[in-house]
Design a protein around this ligand. Sequence first.
Ligand code: COA
Length: 263
Amino acid sequence: MEEEFQTTRARFDETTGIGHLTLNRPEALNALSEQLRTDIVDGLRWLESHNEDADGIALRAVVVEGAEGNFCAGADITEFGDDSPGASSERYHYDFVMDFPVPIVAKIRGYCLGGGLETAMACDFRFADADARLGLPEVDLGLIPGAGGVQFISRLANPSVAKEIAMTGEHIGAERARELGIVNRVPDDLDATTAEFAETIASKPPLAIQALKDAANTAVQTGLREGCRYDRRLFEPLIETEDFQEGARAFTEDDYEPEFVGR
Ligand code: COA
């Protein structure tokens, strides 16, 4: 099942529950125009709407990538200074990605710069091609990353690495980004490994996966004690789910292919 938006394409695989979202402005290296930011949210909303399909499988994981060999070259510089309400909607797509109830993998090829890297870091995982180039070049425009680039890298790596990347504006390679913790994996076969990973996540109990995303996102915003209490609150209702019954049954019966339903 597919849906085209002006600058994104969304595809939902009903057999696996995996959604695909493609940023589709290749003529501008998928730079984040106002329209593209809106279409990212609309594409994700369309994918999420499959949760409501009573008969079919619900959305379980999303892979986001850029069309034609680049992830995204950042905010659309030609729209800077427009009177459009860009700033608020820009924040909106990053927050929307972070708060999205289903895990999102950013599959990164080519350039992944500025707001493109911030979008990827708002996702839950980053898998990158060995030739990908990542960076925060805003400093060369007299700006700083406006959607949390320095905050993200300070947490994924450390504040000194964030300063190094943001103050130099230099592009770094995927392998270096992986060493720093900004990228999760740099596989030999990016498509196959990303697909396999998304399938693994999609095969797990959805409510537990959603709680894990919530727990990890909370971990970077709270103290340890408070975070542990938060995890406890996420844990308790899971005991009551059908999926816990199924997981326990599969374990005791040596069934290695439990079927989780998200209840
Ligand atoms: N906003 C708007 N358009 C952009 C863009 C951006 N962030 N990045 C690239 N484009 C456009 C270019 O203007 C060009 O359009 P044109 O063919 O109509 O001239 C097209 O995409 C291809 O880019 P080009 O610069 O010709 O490709 P390149 O391979 O020589 O360089 C980059 C690639 C990524 C190094 C270079 O495009 C770049 O530095 N982009 C800006 C990155 C940036 O500063 N992002 C943060 C913005 S806050």
